[in-house]
Design a protein around this ligand. Structure first.
Ligand SMILES: Cc1cc2nc3c(=O)[nH]c(=O)nc-3n(C[C@H](O)[C@H](O)[C@H](O)COP(=O)(O)O)c2cc1C
Length: 235
């Protein structure tokens, strides 16, 4: 793997980054030219980065406990529908516990190759069991088994997951080399949908004079047909 070196000064007690790259996104963003819905704008951006950006579906998800202790991790964005952004995870994980207790989240995408970023802030709801089932069935056999094998975010010992995978292969009668099997959706696993109240599109520009366009959902407008106020933000 090779990447341009970041110029950094590293000593025993400090890391200092001495320079950064310049950004120059391929287009100019303006409240007057973006699409009226941030979901349509996201769809347009996501379509245009296909084939240009490595893993554009990787996103940071931030959650917080009810008293405001935040935590962030990377997950894979799986679907955009008319209500919002969906990802899948274990419902006993730290993030899920935080979302149960405080159903708000923030997402961030960074598409380095095109100098673009998107932030979504909104409310979280679980997707329906039918949707989770449909997605679960589409996962490769190994991923379905490892969903069963993991009590995500709990403390375990070396080798526990591999041991559990072997037990599950026996339980579900899976033979060596078998590619598929009927594995049910675990009741502790499924999707979360983030319904946006705020979506910001960021395009990097030279000398840090970046473009930022923010959509705010007009209070009282419905989740199915929201209205949006669109503004330019200072970089
Ligand atoms: C590129 C990448 C993709 C990931 N995708 C997922 C995912 O879709 N769902 C998931 O639960 N964890 C995913 N993870 C693992 C999470 O980052 C995290 O370790 C895990 O969900 C537990 O987080 P939590 O303890 O904060 O709940 C991914 C990690 C990386 C680096």
């Amino acid at each position: 793997m090779s990447a341009p070196a970041t110029v950094a000064q590293v000593s025993a007690d400090k890391i200092s980054i001495l320079n950064h790259q310049q950004y120059d996104a391929p287009d100019t963003l303006s409240p007057s030219t973006v699409l009226p819905s941030p979901l349509d704008q996201f769809r347009a951006w996501f379509t245009s980065v296909q084939g240009h950006v490595h893993e554009p579906e990787a996103m940071a998800v931030s959650t917080a406990t009810p008293d405001g202790l935040p935590s962030t991790r990377i997950v894979l964005f799986k679907q955009l529908d008319s209500r919002g952004f969906v990802f899948y995870t274990n419902y006993t994980s730290r993030k899920s516990k935080e979302l149960e207790a405080n159903p708000r989240a923030s997402l961030a995408f960074y598409w380095r190759e095109v100098h673009r970023s998107v932030r979504v802030v909104g409310r979280a709801e679980k997707v329906s069991k039918e949707e989770s089932e449909e997605y679960f069935r589409s996962r490769p056999l190994g991923s379905r088994l490892s969903a069963w094998a993991s009590r995500q975010s709990s403390v375990i010992q070396d080798g526990d997951v591999q041991k559990k995978m072997k037990e599950l292969e026996q339980k579900f009668g899976i033979k060596e080399g078998q590619q598929d099997a009927d594995i049910p959706l675990p009741d502790f696993w499924g999707g979360w949908r983030i319904l946006p109240d705020e979506v910001e599109f960021w395009g990097g520009k030279p000398s840090r004079a970046h473009d930022r366009v923010r959509y705010l959902r007009v209070e009282g407008s419905s989740d199915d047909t929201p209205e949006w106020k669109i503004d330019r933000l200072s970089p």
